[in-house]
Design a protein around this ligand. Structure first.
Ligand SMILES: Cc1ncc(COP(=O)(O)O)c(C=O)c1O
Length: 388
């Protein structure tokens, strides 16, 4: 049996490898604590679940959602209202919003909708690994744009060689950034729009952490920038703000032509999203802002616990102000992999090596705060004991 060549180019997905490592250790009876994966452990708020259950009883909702493949109009209208109230961004639900099965799906359909085989697509290094996979599956050529601490982990467009920029047809960016936690600025958005206009590059601004912010960081959407919707789309998701990772529900907003292309891919792939999930998402966007505030308090507390422990073992750094990850420099003289291995051997704690996100991730590990308080405390006690 033949397996497609395009799949051979894709490196094994980071979390699949991590899960194998964790499962192997657990099978040996080791009490492993994983701080590697960004998946909230707190449940989805009850009222969202109740809305799903009620809507699932209605046979009208058991059929293909085909007459509204872009997403139920009521859901798109609610997304418009959410973007209006949280970001001050007006959106037309008819042409500027597409419902998605999570923002990850949007990355993939952006490529299938906008890119031809052989096109260069820019992505940051370090960067979310799914971008590379989508680019490769679409026959594109990924080009890594370094994002470095000295530039606040933002790309420097002038450093992209002009022959590369001329061949580039798309760019993936994600701020608040996974893995570094860095946030963008309004000024950066202007530079991004200028770059995209100069080289006719379609922007896919992936924003699923738009609500996970600390220390007074301003809530930002790429579409706040003037002319942004002429050049790109923004992806967002209910996964992180409403603890709904498993529900698979999100949205793409912005440029109508790009959205129409992505929608055509979707129409021919999945026929839309189960209506009760969309009703539940409407409820979340409309009524569950308190969950976001509550989660931010929890992450803030955990962030402090980790930073305090790291300080005590001599790892001192100023963390950026977004996401529920900490991008932690490893001790001098060690590589990311050395440190993850030593950490695992001495404490049975799993973290993500920075190099899993690209070569410029060397020298860092990523710690996720999506673990129960008690387990995080236990993890920090183990680390302190092992490294002091
Ligand atoms: C940068 C980035 N984009 C997209 C996703 C996927 O989110 P969703 O659950 O909305 O598909 C993640 C999940 O971790 C992420 O970190």
């Amino acid at each position: 049996m033949q397996i497609a060549d395009r799949l051979k180019k894709i490196p094994p997905y980071l979390f699949v490898e991590l899960r194998k490592k964790i499962n192997k250790a657990k099978a040996e009876g080791i009490d492993v604590i994983s701080l590697a994966i960004g998946d909230p452990v707190e449940p989805t708020p009850d009222a969202i679940i109740e809305e799903l259950c009620v809507r699932a009883q209605d046979p009208e909702n058991h059929r293909y959602p085909t007459d509204e493949e872009k997403g139920m109009f009521a859901f798109r209208r609610e997304i418009a209202s959410w973007y209006g109230s949280r970001y001050g961004v007006p959106l037309d639900p008819a042409s500027e919003i597409l419902a998605l099965i999570g923002s990850k799906e949007g990355c993939h359909h952006f490529i299938l909708g906008c890119i031809n085989p052989g096109d260069i697509i820019l992505m940051t290094d370090p960067g979310y690994p799914a971008y590379r996979a989508s680019i490769l599956m679409g026959g594109g050529e990924p080009y890594n744009v370094p994002i470095l601490a000295e530039n606040q982990y933002l790309p420097v467009f002038e450093d992209i060689p002009s022959d590369v920029a001329k061949r580039a047809k798309g760019i993936f960016l994600n701020y608040p950034n996974n893995p570094t936690g860095a946030c963008a600025t309004r000024e950066f958005f202007h530079r991004l729009v200028d770059f995209a206009r100069q080289y006719d590059v379609a922007v896919c601004f992936d924003n699923p952490y738009s609500e996970i912010l600390f220390d007074g960081q301003e809530r930002l959407s790429f579409l706040m920038a003037e002319r942004a919707r002429e050049v790109g789309v923004e992806l967002n998701s209910l996964s992180k703000p409403y603890n709904m990772t498993g529900w698979r529900i999100g949205m793409a907003v912005g440029n109508p032509d790009i959205l129409a292309a992505m929608s055509k891919v979707k129409e021919n792939t999945d026929s839309g999203i189960f209506n009760p999930i969309q009703y539940a998402a409407i409820h979340a966007l409309k009524h569950e802002a308190a969950n976001i505030d509550n989660m931010l308090q929890i992450y803030k507390r955990r962030r402090e616990v980790v930073l305090e422990t790291l300080r005590r073992i001599g790892i001192v750094f100023k963390p950026p102000r977004g996401t529920f990850y900490l991008w932690v420099p490893v001790p001098q003289g060690m590589t990311s992999l050395d440190f993850t291995d030593i950490l695992f051997d001495r404490t049975a704690i799993v973290v993500a090596a920075g190099t899993a996100y690209g070569r410029y991730g060397e020298g860092y590990i990523r710690i996720s705060l999506t673990v129960p308080d008690g387990r995080l405390k236990e993890a920090m006690e183990r680390i302190e004991k092992a490294f002091t």
